[in-house]
Design a protein. Structure first.
Ligand code: SF4
Length: 359
């Protein structure tokens, strides 16, 4: 299906109109979003807020992102504030969201915009996508939502709506380019940002992955998937490759003051520069030893079970060992009070390890 064929279909002239009318009443409230009524009065979204939220929303649910977004905005109200902060502080505030290179790129991008653009976001898609850490999708979202540039914004929700509405019988992500072309053709040129957010909301609330509420859908009258009764088959996805299981061990040490020993991961590779308890040498390509002989110090170690975590390309199973009453550890690191652990840049896998050890 190409955009020309799409344009010939009956009813498509009003696709955007029907969607925008629905959005006026049904828009989801989000702390980074300008509600449709305010947008109609000329209020525009802050590009800093759009950027931050879109980076956070990659691979993460809206409900989780809301709290992180509010934390970031209260700590760093402007892009200048973020540029002046330490990367370490950003990693600490980001801890738990995963994909930590995104947090590091936030700092790089903020620095770049302050240095090269006097702290003002460039206002078009082509320039935005050249910024550090900003890919096609984020550039299109900022250009569309903050600057009303008529570019197609295709996230997973929009992909689902379009593939069902048009019964796109091609696999994603291969079908992305054609679908973007269709979207560019049908989006509302006067309100592209509202159109983008309306399509996202339709996918998130009505055209859901399972059991879409087609009877409530504002674009059901010309939806091919609905007419054919097979909407749920779309979008076509290639079968996922099985993820390998990697193994390793993690060593939780507590001193006589009940503090926990922490150290830094290396500056490159998986979870680079994040905080951890000592572990064996696992990474995305190889297992580490699960054995106590790999512990950083001899002690009365207790096996506390397995902490499991899934990364993008593999599952990890860490055997958790615990020892107490240890005051000196022969590796570089620091002691942290248990109640202060939440302030450390601990990735989710390490939080799971600590929960298992301290349960
Ligand atoms: Fe999705 Fe159903 Fe609406 Fe079609 S009619 S776009 S399948 S919710």
């Amino acid at each position: 299906m190409n955009s020309t064929e799409f344009s010939k279909q009956k009813g498509n002239a009003s696709f955007a109109h029907r969607l925008l009318e629905w959005y006026k009443i049904n828009a989801r409230e989000m702390p980074w979003r300008i509600p449709p009524h305010d947008h109609a009065q000329g209020v525009r979204a802050d590009p800093y807020h759009v950027w931050l939220s879109e980076v956070m929303l990659q691979q993460t649910q809206v409900a989780t992102v809301k709290d992180y977004f509010l934390k970031f905005i209260s700590k760093w109200p402007t892009l200048f504030d973020l540029a002046q902060s330490d990367e370490e502080d950003i990693l600490k505030a980001w801890a738990g969201l995963g994909y930590y290179s995104r947090a590091r790129n936030l700092k790089k991008c903020a620095d770049f915009i302050v240095t090269e653009y006097e702290g003002q976001f460039p206002q078009n898609f082509e320039t935005l996508k050249k910024l550090p850490g900003i890919g096609d999708y984020t550039a299109s979202a900022i250009a569309s939502i903050a600057f009303d540039e008529a570019v197609a914004v295709l996230d997973g929700n929009v992909e689902r709506v379009m593939s069902r509405h048009q019964r796109i019988e091609a696999y994603f992500p291969d079908a992305k380019a054609d679908t973007k072309a269709m979207l560019a053709h049908i989006l509302d040129k006067e309100q592209p940002g509202e159109f983008a957010q309306a399509t996202m909301d339709l996918g998130a609330t009505i055209c859901t992955p399972k059991r879409p509420a087609c009877s409530l859908c504002p674009v059901n009258e010309d939806c091919k998937g609905f007419k054919n009764g097979d909407a749920e088959l779309f979008p076509y996805k290639k079968p996922k490759k099985e993820k390998p299981i990697r193994k390793g061990a993690a060593f939780v040490l507590q001193n006589e003051k009940s503090e926990i020993f922490l150290c830094k991961r290396s500056q490159s590779g998986l979870l680079a520069a994040m905080t951890q308890v000592p572990t064996t040498q696992w990474n995305s390509r190889q297992d580490g030893s699960e054995d106590i002989t790999e512990a950083p110090i001899e002690a009365n170690w207790k096996k506390m079970g397995i902490a499991k975590h899934t990364f993008t390309h593999f599952h990890l199973e860490l055997t958790v060992w615990y020892a107490e009453g240890i005051n000196n550890v022969p590796i570089k690191g620091w002691w942290c009070k248990v109640e202060k652990l939440s302030e450390e840049a601990l990735p989710t896998v390490m939080r799971k390890v600590l929960e298992r050890a301290l349960a």
